[in-house]
Design a protein around this ligand. Sequence first.
Ligand SMILES: Cc1cc2nc3c(=O)[nH]c(=O)nc-3n(C[C@H](O)[C@H](O)[C@H](O)COP(=O)(O)OP(=O)(O)OC[C@H]3O[C@@H](n4cnc5c(N)ncnc54)[C@H](O)[C@@H]3O)c2cc1C
Length: 419
Amino acid sequence: MQISREATWVADYDVIVAGGGVAGVAAAVTAKRMGKRTLLIEKTIGLGGLATNGLINLFVPMCNGRGVQIIKGMAEELLRLSVKYGYDTLPDAWKNGEPGMGETSRYITRFSAPIFTLALTEFVRNEGVDLLFDTVITTPVMKGNVCLGLVVENKTGCEFYGAKMVIDTTGDADVIFRAGVPTIQGQNYHTYFPKSVTLESCKKAAETEDMSKLYGNIYSGGRATLYGKNQPEGKPARGGTTVEDVTEYIIENHIECLENIKKDDRWKRTIVTLPTMPQFRTTRHIAGDYTLQTEDAYKHFEDSIAAICDFDRRDYLYEVPYRTLVRSGFPNLITAGRSAAAEGYAWDVLRVIPPAIITGQAAGAACSLALDAQVDICHVDIGRLQKTLEEQNVMIHFDDDLIPEEEMMDVYAGAEGHI
Ligand SMILES: Cc1cc2nc3c(=O)[nH]c(=O)nc-3n(C[C@H](O)[C@H](O)[C@H](O)COP(=O)(O)OP(=O)(O)OC[C@H]3O[C@@H](n4cnc5c(N)ncnc54)[C@H](O)[C@@H]3O)c2cc1C
């Protein structure tokens, strides 16, 4: 049985950004700053994605572990925004900017997820980006490989928004997948961390006058790490791209979390926030024109759109090729954030919050330049894109002086090891 619905045309945009996680916010604000009529569509009622609704409230290090900042641009702007109205856990050395070579504390901070959500709304509104909350993108409308716009569902009904360029920052590559762009399915271990408080943690926060000590991952569902440590025996990994998978993951974790909380005195603890999106690290990513590989560390790429650093290993550096965001043959579709093309350890490094923001910024800038030059998104003038991003304070190529001697490589200077 085929069921079809009529969608009402609402408006046309230069750029539509699909999904308001950190990558989507960066993409939308960048396109708007470059003069493009931009719409950001988010299915929940808060921006930030995993970083806020998913309660992943940790900006991993943006430095090389020796006092040199690598990831800058919009990532720097959003890190500062994440702690502007709430607590931070920034090391003193980084409070006022880059300390310089020799500093070993890392440029990393925790932030209040709900306050960051509020700050992102203010930011996007002040930047003049049009925003739709509570709106699920259902279908990209395609003419061949060209995306004409997106069908959405929301309180108003079934609507259509036309677009010249579409940036898929759904985190799950939902839009490009449905548009026919080849994608790769990921697998996820069993992880579910709400934020909880106990009388003890409240006491600690009060004694130290430090709100960052108030709550933590005390009660949880699954506690599997990035590498599958603590994965229950026999439990299969989840792809996270079917409704059955998502529903079963939520049911299992809710029940498991409840069992854990039942063990303690109900007057002495509570959960303050549940994640409102599944804590899946990787669902789907683009089979891009290039896939960043583990062995690409320390390699320069002619089409680099940013240098990035590792959160665990000091000195470990990558450059992100523009080709990880696009697929030839699809002239107005691009992705960014955790759906960029990477595998192995390079994927670990590329998907986290600061690199997700930087690829979002690059996608927003690329769409704007493609529209100005009236070219296919895959044929953007890379030199111009790099210059534009540099003007926006992005480091495109790392300095070879930052590459460590062979015996210094692999020094562990981790964020937390479990992300
Ligand atoms: C358990 C876990 C721990 C992690 N730990 C860390 C950490 O400590 N530090 C760190 O830096 N990174 C960490 N990460 C990774 C990091 O949180 C994410 O990779 C990053 O936040 C991804 O950002 P994004 O914008 O690409 O995607 P997401 O945050 O996934 O944003 C996608 C957005 O799109 C919206 N969306 C999806 N589909 C639709 C649709 N059809 N219509 C409309 N909107 C839609 C979603 O609601 C969401 O807002 C962790 C991830 C997990 C799962």
